[in-house]
Write a protein that binds this ligand. Sequence first.
Ligand code: TXA
Ligand code: MG
Length: 326
Amino acid sequence: MTAKIIDITRDFHAAIAEACTVLGDGFPIAIPTETVYGLAADATNPAAITRIYETKGRPRFNPLICHMADIAMAERYAVLDPISRKLAEAFWPGPLTLILPLKADSGIHELATAGLDTVGIRLPKGFASDLIRAFDRPLAAPSANTSGKVSPTSAEHVAEDLGEKLRLILDGGSAPVGVESTIIRVEEDGRVRLLRPGGVAAEDIEAVLGIPVIRPEGPAAIIEAPGMLASHYAPTAAVRLEATHVEPGEALIRFGLGRIEGQEHATAIFDLSPASDLAEAAANLFDYLKQADKVGADRIAVTAIPQTGLGEAINDRLARAAAPRE
Ligand code: TXA
Ligand code: MG
């Protein structure tokens, strides 16, 4: 099988119609979202969800995010506490996932939530939202990549990785945010925990709530406890962080201007953002990691990225890409 690819900007109606047919038959499809491409299936259909896990080679104890069209739809499946509601109103639709208590008999299948009593919910922007509204059911969708690999930010990325395993890939061009959603859980005592930095900067969440967000153990802690971390978001080449020079055989991914020692040795040079714009850097990150693999670099040297704004998400993904491999 080779996936059919439909360009959603040229054939919007065909894309929605064919997507609804394949989803209704219980098969996953690749869809563009503003963060990364998702591997979407009917969150109420156990056979469809099973096919997501099989296609990605993903462990079934790792739950999936369920995507909704609007807050009213989210409330059919989950309970929003006042703080979560405030975040939903500020950042939905957009790159924010809220972990919320699941309503009993909501219809979301327990395979999607890995049997937890909570569900991760996100309202995506744009085409994905139109599709959910047309399909009229929540879509469970992890990133559309083989488990452990770098997430796809274009239809080409999806086709290269999963094209032989899928019936349909919807092409919406480059994902504008480029890193996955920020995942937040509001605890019963009102503390707000950041489970994964992502496309909404933690500072922006703090500005809306007026309270600090509790961060996960940062990249430094990750490296101190390598046993805790299976390598993730990993290109084939090794990754070396906070590089101030380039060694022979390395590709260079750089941020901002400024000369890097030994740049002439680089197999290839990728500029995340010459203007030091973290949003631009996030949008380019996964594509450049994949391109660095394609030029056959043994190792990818990456210069330091500021740990502010979207830099938190970028540094999280880079730390995982550089983590010891199994
Ligand atoms: O931007 C995104 O979030 C993309 C697009 C497609 O929406 N999706 C995505 O999904 O990144 P995935 O499956 O690659 O990552 C989902 C993360 C996993 O780390 C999972 O453990 C966590 O969300 N998660 C899902 N449900 C959860 C729950 N009930 N409690 C805690 N974590 C949960
Ligand atoms: Mg993923």
